[in-house]
Every structure is written in C-alpha cells, then in structure tokens.
Design a protein around this ligand. Structure first.
Ligand code: ADP
Length: 400
C-alpha cells in the first residue's frame, strides 16, 4: 500500500510517501514558513535530484497541493497520479485518553482533536489544519490519525495520576499522557524483532533522546510508565525545556519577576534545558565541542542530562522489578556515543555493561552495544515514526 504520512506543524508540514510492503521511502520533504514570507518546499524523491522551490504558501492547503504536485510531477515525481496514493496517515500530538490506538478520521475524531487543543496548543490545531487541507484536496482517500499519546494509554493509574485534588483529574483531565508514543512503540517492537525475542515477558526501557527527550518503561510490549507528563515538558532537562523541577519554583519565579503564564511557559519551554544551563546551545554537538574547550557550563549541562536520564532509568528498573533490554533512539540516542556511555556508566553491578568497541562512533544504525557478558542487552534502534504511522494506516484501511 502507498501511504502519504503527514506531520503538520503551525508553519511547517513534513511528509513522506512510503510503500508499506518494504518500508521504502519513495519521497520525503518539508514545507517551511507556511503563512509567512519566504515559504519553500524541499522535496527529496527517491533516485532523483533534490528539488527546492521558494513559492508562496499562504495556507496549509496550498502547501498540500504543492506536495502533491511535486509527487506527481514528471521531473521530480515518484508516482503518475494522485490516485496511486491509497491512504493518508496524520501524526497528531495529543488525544488525551480518548484513543488507545490509531483511528480512521471522521467528524467525531476531528472534534476530539479539537477538544484536546488545550493539551497541545501549538500542535493539535496545526495537526487538524493538516487533516482539513488534505481532505479538501483528496476527499475520497481514507485518512488515519496516529496519536503521540495513544501508546501510553496502557499506563496504570498509579503511573499517570498526579498528587493534586482528584477533581482536577475528573473535571480537567489533568494526568500524565506522555508523548513520542509512536517512537517508543516502534523502537520497542523493532528492538524485540532485531534481537529475535518475544515481547511477551520482556522488560524494556526505551530512551528517545533528541531535542525533546522521553523515557518509557515497556513490559510485554505495553507502556507501563513514561517520563513526559500532561505536556512534553516533564522528564529530563532537554534542548530548551527545563524538564522536571520543583513545581514551587514556577510560583516563585512568576512572583519575583512578575511574569504572566505565557512568559513563564516560554521561559520553561524555550529558554531552559541544556541551552539555559550552558548559555551555548541546545545542540549536543555544540555542547560537546564547548566542553572539550573547557567550557564548564557546557560540561555541567551534559552531566545534568545524563544524570537525570540515569535516575529515570533507575526508577523504571525498580517499577518493573528489573530490565532486560535498553533501547537508545532519536538524534542523541542514535548518534551520541558519549551520552550513551555516560548514562550507562557505573551500572555494571546492575547488569548494564557497554562494550566501548561497539558503542564508540556508532551512529544511526541498528546495533547491540552492550558487552557479551552484560546481563541487560543495550541496543541502538533508529526510530521510524513515519513507518509506524504508515503501517497503522494500512492496517486500518485494509480492515474497512
Ligand atoms: P527532534 O526532537 O527535534 O526530533 P532529533 O531527534 O532530531 O530532535 O534530535 C536532535 C538532536 O540530536 C540535536 O539537537 C543534537 O543535539 C542531537 N544530535 C544529532 N546528531 C548528533 C551527533 N552526531 N552527536 C551528538 N548529538 C547529536
């Protein structure tokens, strides 16, 4: 089946055209600056030259139309007509506790995405715009919504509840939802497959470490706990997000600096994390370079990140009564051997022992990086959220 996977942001739209039979990416690309001056499309067709065009994109609908034009164009295209697209899969950030898996999009689903705007004010409205733009242009093609929260719906209440008055859960739906669910789902499934193990009876901890980072405890293939919370702010400190902090700090800073909620939100989401600590960058490559040049705050940011990840890892080992497999994924998890080594350092007594010869320099490839005598198997699995969405889309559309 040929599936177009769409990830719509407020001013961007990423896409991939996949053949689910072999997971082949036929084309991928990105529309940037939608609704702003200087919008452009970057289109990468398989086996053909990359195509970049700067052209006005006042709306998401114009962007989708440009993507489709590129996909069928004789010079840059990979299909002859739009009719070759069997289905569209949309990535949606948050559906609260409404869906435990991907669903076929109808008016009720769109209404639910709308109801969840307050949980993902930047993403959900943009995701819905992406759906509506595609529906306008491709009204007869089935569309599926894949939610970043649905994999985490198997968490038990003791993992997803916060210690606030119960009415906030009942009336305002305040609870842990997690994020990066499609990625945690994909890498946990793929790691078991790669290792030739059955997910049943397997205790895994998946570390999705990128610009945003989250860690999940996965037992029997189901999520038991995850570090992101009501929003993607909780967990270890991240590129620009502060991660978990004493909640009283929020009130304290707002009072001292007379900040309004939006300003406080900006401070915690955009000015904090390893960027806020180092004053250098949110990118781990820059931090490592600065740390090597004796920048102590860059080193502190790196140390804080691996220490906080290690603490979450430890808490999940206890929550599951042990761990069999650790999975590293996303930008840092897949590429940064130093951070992987720092997170696993000193855990030999707990059965986690990396093999430096396997870990050092390993980038973006599926591989075992633990020593042969390590009780816990440590693997790197590059994430593939688009393939997961395409497969979900295929399964739902085939069952119609
Ligand atoms: P996003 O959350 O935006 O999807 P990614 O998963 O693409 O982020 O991760 C981006 C981050 O990965 C970058 O900010 C950078 O810190 C890190 N990264 C990518 N490549 C490397 C590398 N070779 N070494 C260290 N860090 C890397």
């Amino acid at each position: 089946m040929i599936v177009l996977v769409i990830n719509a942001g407020s001013s961007s739209l990423k896409y991939q055209l996949l053949d689910t039979q072999d997971g082949r990416v036929m084309a991928k690309g990105l529309c940037e600056r939608i609704g702003i001056a200087g919008s452009r499309l970057k289109h990468e067709p398989e086996g053909k030259e990359k195509y970049v065009v700067e052209t006005p994109m006042p709306t998401h609908q114009t962007a989708v139309q440009l993507v489709l034009d590129a996909l069928v164009s004789p010079e840059h295209g990979v299909i002859k007509s739009m009719k070759e697209i069997d289905a569209v899969g949309h990535r949606i950030l948050n559906c609260a506790d409404y869906y435990t898996q991907s669903v076929l999009i109808d008016d009720d689903v769109k209404e639910t995405i709308r109801k969840c705007f307050s949980f993902a004010p930047l993403h959900n409205p943009a995701n819905l715009m992406g759906i509506e733009a595609c529906q306008e242009i491709m009204p007869d093609i089935p569309m599926v919504a894949a939610f970043d929260t649905s994999f985490h719906q198997t968490m038990p209440p003791q993992a997803y509840m916060y210690g606030l008055p119960y009415r906030y859960y009942e009336e305002k739906h305040i609870r842990r939802y997690g994020a990066h669910g499609t990625s945690h789902h994909y890498v946990s499934q793929r790691a078991a497959e790669f290792l030739g193990k059955d997910q049943e009876g397997l205790r895994m901890i998946t570390l999705h470490l990128g610009n945003g980072s989250s860690i999940s405890a996965v037992k029997d293939g189901k999520c038991q706990d995850t570090s992101m919370g009501l929003t993607p702010l909780e967990g270890p400190l991240m590129g620009t997000r502060c991660g978990s902090i004493d909640p009283a700090i929020v009130v304290n800073i707002m009072e001292q600096e007379k900040l309004n909620p939006q300003e406080m939100d900006h401070l915690m989401n955009k000015e904090s994390g390893v960027l806020g600590i180092s004053g250098v960058s949110s990118d781990f490559r820059d931090l490592e370079e600065a740390a090597q040049a004796d920048n102590t705050r860059a080193q502190l940011a790196l140390d804080m990140f691996s220490y906080q990840c290690k603490k979450i890892l430890g808490s999940y080992v206890f929550a599951m009564g042990g761990v069999d497999v650790l999975v590293f994924t996303a930008g840092i998890g897949e590429n940064d051997c130093n951070t992987r080594a720092a997170i696993c350092a000193g855990l030999e007594d707990l059965g986690i022992k990396l093999d430096p010869a396997k870990n050092d320099g390993l980038r973006g490839k599926e591989a075992v990086i633990s020593a042969d005598d390590s009780k816990v198997t440590v693997v790197v699995i590059p994430t593939n959220e688009e393939l997961m969405i395409a497969r979900d889309t295929e399964a739902i559309v085939k069952s119609l």
